[in-house]
Design a protein around this ligand. Sequence first.
Ligand code: G
Ligand code: MN
Length: 394
Amino acid sequence: MRAVPDATVVAITVDPYRRGTELYGWAESVAVAERYVDAVLGQVLVGGTFERRGPLDWLWRSGAAGPSDVHAFDLSLLDVSGVRVADPYVPARFVDVRVGIAHRSVVQESPWGDDDLAHVADTTLREAIEFGAPVVIARPGMLAVARRRAGIGSDLAAASSDSWEPVYQPIVKLGAGEVTTAGYESLLRWRRDGALVGPDVFLAGLEATELIVPVGRVAIARSVEALAGPVTELLGPDAFMSVNLSAGQLRDRWLGDYVGWLLGEHGLDPARLWFEISENAVVTQGSVADRTIWTLHGLGCGICVDDLGAGFAALGYLRNLPIDVLKVDRALVSRMPSERMDRAVVRAICDLASAAGALTVAEGVETPEVLAAVKELGCDMAQGYLFGRPASLA
Ligand code: G
Ligand code: MN
């Protein structure tokens, strides 16, 4: 046990994107970082101890009561972080500084192990680096998040392939008459300690470790089996299955081969298998992701742009990629009855789709009012709790 438990921990990294290293060289960058920590941070962080964890990384810990005014403390760190000049002396050198702050009094969780607060500070520092924010301050509840993440890498690596269980949500056709189920979206779930958990728990971990490639293949295989079996029995030989692809899967050069082989094994018409690519995935021309999409299209599979409406990437996608389906984001769809501008955006998406010869799916339809709005604008299909939640087919 530490003699005095940490009250505040600050995790600091200098030059996280290696811009200084590129401009000044490694040795000088490290020297600038040392000067900055000494001359600048040393003025702000008083009463605790600095621990050097690497050439460009420091951890500052303060025990006992910690700073009396945490807000003032946070602001003083904000003042000296981000991109700034290391010191007032000539020659001036800029330093890029990212800081994660964890106050025990703010995070408010118990019980505390010796390194819990340092772990929380590291989690906030990672966010600072990821989002390009100079300073991130740990929020209440963050220890639980850090702890959940701590075990997840090894749990994912140890997970057996049958712990991955897709669930299926109906997608309905909107015609003049009754709505009828035309196919399903496959949504991946993970059985962990008896509970079935969603992508918010596992997706970032799978992507970070590239485990998304084998796990994604299990998900596709299960979905294709479901399509060939129960879905065809329930809905007939024209029903489709739509499977989400994340960034890591799109970078898998052999995904197309694998899908082609799977479809052959089950004797399925490729047009019945769709793939969803998030609008937020950045697909540049000539990249592996770009080739993967063209390969899947070449096999005859449907290509969908998912979560449409958050950004405007879809305009470029429609021009450069073989898009068959536009899926309108549920945030946008759910606001349609009340917000004129959101209706206008959805209308524009429907126009775009018909010009491009693509189909539209409105996601997240929860009420008859939203369904009416979606029908009025001429969306081809819809999906949402009004028609069914993601569930197993059996
Ligand atoms: O990004 P993507 O469209 O693949 O996300 C699908 C997610 O949206 C699933 O996790 C599913 O549970 C959720 N979802 C599906 N329909 C609805 C709905 O009508 N309302 C809400 N709030 N969520 C929905
Ligand atoms: Mn989707």
